[in-house]
Each structure stands twice: as structure tokens, then as C-alpha cells.
Design a protein around this ligand. Structure first.
Ligand code: BES
Ligand code: ZN
Ligand code: ZN
Length: 483
């Protein structure tokens, strides 16, 4: 999508549609909303539609005549003001644009933050997953015009560009999560990562089964045993010359999680193509960092496999030795993510030695039991880092909640036969999963994001669509910017 700034009077902007927000009160005289209302004769339409400015309401009114745009979209704001109102109007405009080619969004006295939000929401409001639709596919708007009061200054254009990039990278993450698991497997995921990285001139390394065997990533390989498709370890690097810090992202890339021999019931399995959402966020973040030319070295490390039930599948009771030499007793083969991540975290700790190590994983149903389906469970031992990441999530309008790394639960991972078992007791499942991962990060400063809930929606929620959401990308980018 192309996004431009325009400072014409809203009635004089030429576009197929111009969108503006309306609260529950009558817009003040002389305001842009009042001008568009009277020039379009919109009041009668709004009345006929029962529009009273509540959020979720939107009415299209024909333009032409005194309004240069071909149509006006009035978007109900409810109590939303400032940046929240901008997000809502921009998102709704692009979502309802249909096959119109150009959409204008009235932003008003624009701050860079608001323009960034407007641009990001324009891209994500227009998002649809249509790769497998053979009928009724319409291309959405290719052009968005953000209408502002005042000069089109350079720093405003940069803010628009940043919003566009974050939106497009979150859309890549959504596409990957929505892709069906018969087409998106570890091999094709690696190919996609290679293609995206090459387009930005970023170095990529991909390791296959043989190389993982040589390295000794036996926990990762254990999960792959039941699958007919080879695993892939993917490493994309963005290393600008002016970098002062090194951040490594690690992502769980289970392109399908059947549960292995501890098979999931059908109802729990149906959406398990989403189990690579951590890898999608991880890839999207390194791409965004590169496109934004952030002054931070960013590594994206992805462990990708399926978790299936083939004849060689790993079993409860099996013991495997991790990359860093710990023996792990398998308890439930459906707790496969932590097996894959353990080796990837240990590899990253030793080979990259990052200043900060951040993993994203659809790790546990327990995270959803604790926090509901729309929040990330965030774990870190570092209070300051937790505050910084939570602040980034607020700025990105994504929901996170810090969870405790309770040391007194650690004995739940003690094993009778091995150094540790990979599943704890019946309670605190998200916490014990995090404690298991902690065993493999050593002294690294570490954040663990359990995104099992918010990465995939059963139905639309707030401004997020059904299916893959791209949740986590905007927060991670904000965090990198804050370093
Ligand atoms: N991929 C699942 C977690 C999950 C559940 C993600 C629902 C998204 C939505 C994970 O591999 C898993 O199955 N975890 C088990 C762990 C248990 C066996 C200890 C779980 O949460 O039930
Ligand atoms: Zn599982
Ligand atoms: Zn899983």
C-alpha cells in the first residue's frame, strides 16, 4: 500500500472515500467533521441509519458536489479520543473500503505517533487472507491518504513510513500463521524466510536434520521423529554498523502440532497450524528492524518442525540429551515447544551471546487459562526490562501481563531418572514451562513471551481479525526502538 500525507481541506481531498470520526456529541462548528457533515448533507443519512456515534458504527454517504471525494465514511468513536480515535477511523476506513482504489483518512492536527498509528492501522485494516480463495477476490485500496492540518514535515513522513513497515511486517506474520500446514511446513517456512531476508540483503543460514544431528540438538530432533518432513533451523541476521546492542529473538516454529503420541483431541488440534506463530513474529521483527534501519543488531532464530505420530515418534519416558548436555525425561509429547526452544535458546546463548534474548512461543494452553485469550504472558527475572517491555506493549496497543518465575515451583521439574523432566504438575503450567526454558538460557538477560492466546483469534476481537493476528510484532519493534 502507498500512504501519503495531504493537507487540503477535507472537503477538497480527492479520493474514492474519505473517512472521519464522529463522537456521540455533535461536532463543534468549524471542525472538519462539521464541514464534511454539512457539505455532504450527511446528517439525514446518519439519522436514517440510526447512527449516534457509538463505536462500531459506520455510515457511508455519497460525495460529489461540495465534497470532492466520491464518498464520506462517518465512523463512530464513542469515547475514543486522540490516538485511539485515529486508530479506529483509519482501521475502519480501510476495512470497509471494499474495491475502492483510494481512501482518505482524516487525522487532523497530527502528531508523529498518531500518523504512525494511522498508517499501521490502514495496512492492517485492509488485511485479508485470500491466498486460497478462488472466487470473489477483490483487490483492496492501493492508496491511503492521511489528511492532516499543517505542514507535511519530514518527521511526519518518517512516522508514516514506520507505521507502514510495522503494519506490513505484522501482515507477513499473519499470512504465515494463516497458511495451511500442508503448504507451510518447516522446509517452505525456511524458503520463505530466505526469500524475505534476501530481498533486504540480510544473511540467512538454514540447517537441516543432518546438521542438527551433528550439533547435538537432540531435544529439537526428538520432536521431529514422528514427522515425515525434515526439521529446519533458521537464522536471519540484521547487523548494522552503528549497532550498540545485540538482541536475539528465538521463535517456536511448529508448523503443525498434533500433540505427538499424546495426541490432541480433534477440537484442540483444528487450529494447530498456528503453532508457528512465534517463528512468524521472530521473522517479522528482524525484517521490520532492517527496513526501519534500527541501530540494533537483531538475530532471528527459528526452530521449525511438525509434532506428529509417525512410527519413530518420541514417547513419554524417553530421555534425550540437550545441546548443552542436560538429560531430559519426556513426560507428555504434546509439550514439544519447550523441547525445540531449549536447544535453540542454548544455541543462541552460546553462539550469539546477545545482550538480550527474547523468545516468542505458542507454548501453553495454561497461559490462556491464566490470562484469557488476548494477552501475552511475559516472563523475565529483570524488573527494569519487564517495565520497558510492558511500556513498549502499551505504546503498540498490544496486551501483555507479567507473570512470576516462581522458584518454589522448580522442584516440579525434578526427574527420577534424568537431570530434569520437561513438564511439571497440573497447576501453573505456563510458569513451569517458563522455568523449564530458563534452564537453557544460562546468564543471558531473557524475556519469554507465551503468545498461545493472542497470536490466533477464533473470531474478530477489537481491531484484530479472525485467524493470525501478528500480535507481538509491534511491541517488539517498539522495544527495539527504546534501546
Ligand atoms: N501448542 C500447544 C499450546 C497451545 C494451546 C497453543 C492452544 C495455542 C493454543 C503446546 O504445544 C501444548 O500442547 N502444550 C500443552 C502442554 C502440556 C501437555 C503440558 C498444553 O498447554 O496443554
Ligand atoms: Zn503441543
Ligand atoms: Zn505446540
Amino acid at each position: 500500500m502507498r500512504i501519503t500525507l495531504n493537507n487540503d481541506a477535507p472537503t477538497a481531498v480527492s479520493a474514492d472515500l474519505i473517512a472521519i470520526g464522529l463522537g456521540t456529541k455533535k461536532p463543534p462548528r468549524g471542525s472538519a467533521a462539521a464541514a464534511l457533515l454539512s457539505a455532504s448533507g450527511g446528517a439525514a443519512f446518519l439519522k436514517a441509519e440510526g447512527f449516534d456515534g457509538k463505536p462500531g458504527q459506520a455510515v457511508k454517504v455519497p460525495g460529489g458536489g461540495e465534497v470532492k471525494a466520491k464518498g464520506v465514511l462517518f465512523v463512530g468513536l464513542g469515547d475514543a479520543t486522540g490516538i485511539d480515535a485515529v486508530r479506529l477511523v483509519s482501521h475502519t476506513a480501510l476495512k470497509l473500503a471494499g474495491s475502492r482504489k483510494s481512501v482518505a483518512v482524516y487525522v487532523g492536527a497530527a502528531e508523529p505517533e498518531e500518523l504512525r498509528a494511522a498508517a499501521q492501522e490502514a495496512v492492517l485494516g485492509a488485511y485479508r487472507y485470500l491466498d486460497y480463495k478462488t472466487r470473489g477476490v477483490r483487490t483492496g485500496p492501493g492508496r491511503t491518504v492521511l489528511v492532516i492540518e499543517g505542514k507535511k514535515a519530514g518527521h511526519l513522513k518518517a512516522a508514516v513510513e514506520a507505521g507502514l513497515i510495522v503494519g506490513e511486517c505484522a501482515a507477513i506474520a499473519r499470512d504465515l500463521v494463516n497458511a495451511p500446514p500442508n503448504d507451510l511446513n518447516p522446509i517452505t517456512l525456511a524458503e520463505r524466510a530466505q526469500a524475505e531476508a534476501k530481498a533486504l540483503d540480510l544473511p540467512v543460514k538454514v540447517l537441516g536434520k543432518r546438521q542438527l544431528e551433528k550439533l547435538g540438538m537432540n531435544l529439537f530432533l526428538a520432536v521431529n521423529r514422528g514427522s515425515a518432513i525434515e526439521p529446519r533451523f533458521i537464522h536471519v541476521t540484521y547487523a548494522p554498523k552503528n549497532a550498540e546492542k545485540k538482541v536475539a529473538f528465538v521463535g517456536k516454529g511448529l508448523t503443525f502440532d498434533a500433540g505427538g503420541l499424546c495426541l490432541k483431541p480433534a477440537k484442540s488440534m483444528v487450529d494447530m497450524k498456528c503453532d508457528m506463530a512465534g517463528s512468524a513474529v521472530t521473522l517479522a521483527v528482524v525484517l521490520a528492524a532492517a527496513r526501519l534501519q534500527l541501530p540494533v543488531e537483531v538475530h532471528a532464530i527459528i526452530g521449525s518442525t511438525e509434532n506428529m505420530t509417525g512410527g519413530a515418534a518420541y514417547r513419554p519416558g524417553d530421555v534425550f540429551t540437550s545441546l548443552d548436555g542436560k538429560t531430559v525425561e519426556v513426560i507428555n509429547t504434546d509439550a514439544e515447544g519447550r523441547m525445540v526452544l531449549a536447544d535453540c535458546l542454548a544455541w543462541t546463548r552460546d553462539q550469539i551471546q546477545p545482550d538480550i534474548l527474547i523468545d516468542h512461543a505458542t507454548l501453553t494452553g495454561a497461559a490462556m487459562v491464566a490470562l484469557g485469550p488476548h494477552r501475552t504472558a511475559l516472563y523475565t527475572a529483570d524488573d527494569e526490562l519487564a517495565s520497558q517491555y510492558l511500556a513498549a506493549s502499551e505504546a503498540a496497543d498490544e496486551r501483555y501481563w507479567r507473570m512470576p518465575l516462581d522458584d518454589d515451583l522448580r522442584p516440579m521439574l525434578d526427574s527420577f531418572v534424568a537431570d530434569l523432566k520437561h513438564v511439571g504438575g497440573p497447576h501453573g503450567g505456563s510458569i513451569t514451562a517458563a522455568l523449564f526454558l530458563r534452564e537453557f538460557v544460562g546468564d543471558c538477560t531473557w524475556i519469554h513471551c507465551d503468545i498461545a492466546g493472542p497470536s490466533f483469534n477464533d473470531g474478530p476481537h477489537r481491531r484484530l481479525p479472525k485467524g493470525g493476528t501478528g500480535h507481538g510484532v509491534a511491541t517488539a519493534v517498539r522495544f527495539l526502538e527504546s534501546l
